[in-house]
Design a protein around this ligand. Structure first.
Ligand SMILES: Cc1cc2nc3c(=O)[nH]c(=O)nc-3n(C[C@H](O)[C@H](O)[C@H](O)COP(=O)(O)OP(=O)(O)OC[C@H]3O[C@@H](n4cnc5c(N)ncnc54)[C@H](O)[C@@H]3O)c2cc1C
Length: 329
């Protein structure tokens, strides 16, 4: 939510820190809807998206629709709508049609799309609009002056604009989610969840052709022994240890799931080449979302658990609301 207090500033140029889904969608929408020119700065050296897939429900999908992304994503995304829940004994507990109520209201069914496909679609649209995206740029500071904001990067370069949309993270440890993209595998056409004595194992298709499955198993781990909760070294070492020992641990957990379904899950895990760990951080409550001409949107303002499948949608909602607020000027 954006609270408007005082005058809405006159904005012609916007600086966006971060070429994630929020940054690229903001650049595109502010250009098309508000006629504002944006420049995007990304810390990573090249366009990348961490592995895995995201589910985008109807509140997020109606927004890409209006920036021309919906059609592009439909060609790539999995659109199966059934959610099947299995017990720890590998027996089907029930089926639920996901998003039927909201689809009836909005016309959009939830989509699951590979992160790389989402990022590629946004980058392609940004290129079409000739939006400049500079990679390898680490923001180090920003300063308001004379109704402008100037940002400074670690390589000594600077840029100035009327509004800064940025990311400033306050990190706390919550838990890890291992994610993997599998080789082609038949038989799983729905979003499935299997209860285990530890946590839920979720398995689902994430492409339009169904040639790729995606699975997630999340659990809490102790804090890294070395460094603080935000220490990269501490987490890097911890991730290495978790990634090495993870497959045997998970296979042992799934060994307790009898039936054909349990055998399929073990096969899926066994055939997964690469398993990744993502530390999920919780933002401290009470943080400030704006200061002067700088505004936080997307995960930087309100990161939420990946399990609710709302991060991308909420980020897109921010972009559209900001655009409407700026239109009021
Ligand atoms: C395992 C997992 C599963 C998820 N599943 C879902 C799901 O099913 N559905 C869903 O909607 N969401 C899901 N999410 C959440 C979703 O990924 C995020 O909400 C979304 O990526 C937020 O986009 P963003 O652009 O705000 O932030 P990010 O994607 O984090 O992008 C921020 C960008 O800023 C860059 N950056 C950071 N600091 C600087 C700096 N100082 N200078 C320059 N650049 C910088 C980063 O490199 C990054 O590219 C999931 C997340 C995880 C980890």
């Amino acid at each position: 939510m954006i609270y408007i207090s005082g005058d809405i500033p006159e904005v012609h140029k916007v600086l966006i820190i971060g070429a994630g889904p929020t940054g690229l969608a903001a650049a595109l929408h502010l250009e098309r809807q508000n006629g504002l020119s944006s420049t995007v700065y990304e810390i990573r050296p090249e366009p990348t998206a961490l592995g895995g897939a995201v589910m985008v429900p109807c509140n997020g999908l109606r927004l890409p629709g209006s920036i021309g992304l919906y059609e592009r994503l439909s060609l790539k995304a999995a659109q199966s709508t059934k959610n099947v829940l299995y017990s720890s004994q590998g027996e089907e507990l029930g089926k639920l049609v996901l998003g039927s109520w909201s689809a009836e209201k909005t016309g959009y069914w939830p989509m699951r799309v590979k992160r790389t496909d989402l990022q590629e679609a946004l980058c392609t649209e940004a290129q079409t609009e000739e939006i400049p995206i500079h990679y390898g740029k680490r923001l180090v500071s920003n300063k308001d002056h004379d109704k402008k904001v100037t940002v400074m990067f670690s390589d000594g370069s600077v840029d100035t604009a009327d509004l800064l949309l940025g990311l400033f993270r306050h990190l706390d440890h919550l838990f890890f989610v291992p994610v993997s993209v599998l080789p082609p595998k038949g038989g799983v056409t729905n979003l499935t969840g299997t209860l285990t004595p530890h946590k839920m194992f979720a398995l689902m298709p994430c492409t339009a052709s169904g040639d790729t499955l995606y699975w997630v198993f999340s659990y809490e781990v102790p804090m890294p022994a070395s460094g603080s909760s935000s220490s990269r070294d501490g987490w890097a070492e911890r991730s290495r240890i978790e990634e090495e020992g993870f497959k045997p641990t998970l296979l042992a957990i799934l060994n307790d799931v009898p039936t054909k379904w349990g055998a399929l899950l073990r096969e899926v895990v066994g055939k997964t080449d690469v398993v990744k760990f993502y530390p999920i951080y919780r933002l401290r409550l009470g943080g400030k979302w704006s200061r002067g001409r700088c505004l936080l949107i997307g995960d930087a303002a309100h990161a939420m658990s990946p399990h609710v499948g709302q991060g991308v949608s909420m980020a897109l909602e921010d972009v559209f609301l900001l655009s409407r607020v700026l239109e009021l000027k």
